[in-house]
Unconditional design. Structure first.
Length: 426
């Protein structure tokens, strides 16, 4: 009997196994570190090596560099369809992970040298804001996302663009406006009349660095298009999941003063940002230098890349190996729990906030040349990592007690962890 025509696009993979839709890319464009993201790899494979077959993942570079891979063979000898894994295959994959053993970080000197180049490059256009630049580097190495929140004209977008230009990788900018659609961010499937099939056109989120300017001017519907990408490093469109490449970082800016024509970020969106930075006004001396150096030219155009995506991935691997003692872990948990029981807060920090604080502390320790985290690292990052997630009570708002002040007070009152006593010799 003749079969009914398929409802969706057909590929050699689907014809072999109708229950699983598999879309893959050649191994030549796969990123070797992608299979070991978050320190885990799928069972049955060598740790850190990309898988093949039905569990193959897609990288953003493959979507951008190879828009049409249909019919081309890959190294496994299988013909290549499109580039994704179906939700069913992705669901099965989540139950097949094993944890990597921690290894001592190597190359801290190389990390400091690389980050110093990036820092110096950014400071060519951002005068006198070393602490803010360092926080941006911490978030980058912690595999997080940065929210830059300040008044107009202080260099929020300039900071984001300077970081993006300092790294030779794929960069996309999203200008958030009220008429921006979610498909503009994630991508859309377009029908191809020649192939009689739908082809996916990736959106602006498929990049290593995504600069989102004035994020609070887009509607909540459009803002929510970033939720999956920021947390899970993937994008789902028309029932197909596309994996984003590492590194992936969203740098968003917003003006907290102007309320007309803006939509406040929901708690779920704010909780996905690892840290919030406030640039502030420059010092008089720094402002004089700014007028002297950049009074008649656009300084951002002269920046050249001083690192690339592969180098950043290596730096991230180094940061993952920074040691975190049990005492510091307990200190982080106590600090997060203190925000939940504070009388000044009606919404405390989430478990995700504790994870972000740990990752950022590891990155800060590595930037300082240490392969271990100190409680001082946690204390210095507590306000930028935790404060933007917290909601004050009505009484705290009346008393003008901001979440930043609440976190700073909790850090001041919380006792530091005691170092572990050495074992006695017999």
């Amino acid at each position: 009997m003749p079969r009914d025509p398929p409802r969706y696009s057909t590929s050699p993979h689907r014809q072999r196994n109708p229950g699983t839709e598999v879309r893959s890319v050649p191994t030549s464009v796969q990123v070797s570190a992608g299979g070991a993201r978050w320190g885990a790899a799928r069972a049955g494979n060598q740790l850190g090596a990309p898988s093949v077959g039905p569990q193959r993942r897609t990288t953003a570079a493959a979507l951008i560099a190879a828009p049409n891979l249909r019919g081309r063979p890959c190294r496994t000898g299988r013909p290549v369809g499109d580039w994704a894994v179906s939700p069913q295959a992705s669901h099965r994959r989540t139950h097949q992970v094993v944890r990597r053993t921690r290894t001592a970080p190597a190359g801290l000197d190389a990390l400091q040298e690389s980050t110093a180049r990036i820092r110096d490059n950014i400071e060519q256009v951002i005068e006198g804001k070393t602490e803010v630049v360092d926080l941006a580097l911490v978030v980058l190495l912690a595999e997080g996302h940065l929210l830059v929140e300040d008044v107009p004209g202080v260099g929020k977008t300039m900071l984001a663009k300077a970081l993006a230009r300092s790294i030779d990788c794929t960069v996309r900018r999203i200008q958030f406006t009220p008429d921006l659609l979610p498909s503009d961010v994630t991508g859309v499937s377009i029908y191809n009349q020649d192939s009689h099939d739908f082809e996916f056109k990736p959106g602006a989120v498929f990049a290593n660095l995504v600069v989102g300017d004035e994020i609070n001017r887009a509607s909540p519907k459009t803002q929510s298009a970033l939720l999956e990408a920021m947390e899970e490093r993937q994008v789902s469109v028309d029932g197909v999941t596309y994996i984003l490449e590492t590194p992936f970082m969203v740098i968003a800016t917003q003006n907290p003063i102007e309320m007309e024509g803006t939509y406040p970020l929901p708690e779920a969106q704010r909780d996905r940002f690892t840290a919030r930075a406030s640039i502030g006004y420059p010092s008089p001396d720094a402002e004089v230098l700014m007028l002297e150096h950049h009074g008649g030219i656009e300084p951002i155009e002269d920046l050249e890349p001083v690192a690339d995506a592969l180098e950043v991935r290596k730096l991230i691997d180094i940061v993952r190996g920074v040691h975190l003692s049990d005492e510091v872990k307990r200190y982080v948990v106590d600090l997060v729990n203190a925000t939940r029981s504070s009388a000044d807060l009606r919404l405390g920090a989430s478990p995700r906030a504790g994870l972000h604080l740990v990752r950022a502390s590891r990155a800060k320790a590595a930037l300082a040349g240490r392969d271990y985290v100190l409680p001082d690292d946690v204390q210095e990052l507590a306000v930028p990592v935790l404060a933007h997630r917290l909601l004050p009570t009505a009484e705290a708002q009346v008393a003008r007690r901001a979440p930043e002040a609440v976190v700073a007070d909790l850090v001041e009152r919380l006792s530091l962890p005691e170092p572990a006593a050495p074992a006695r010799r017999r």
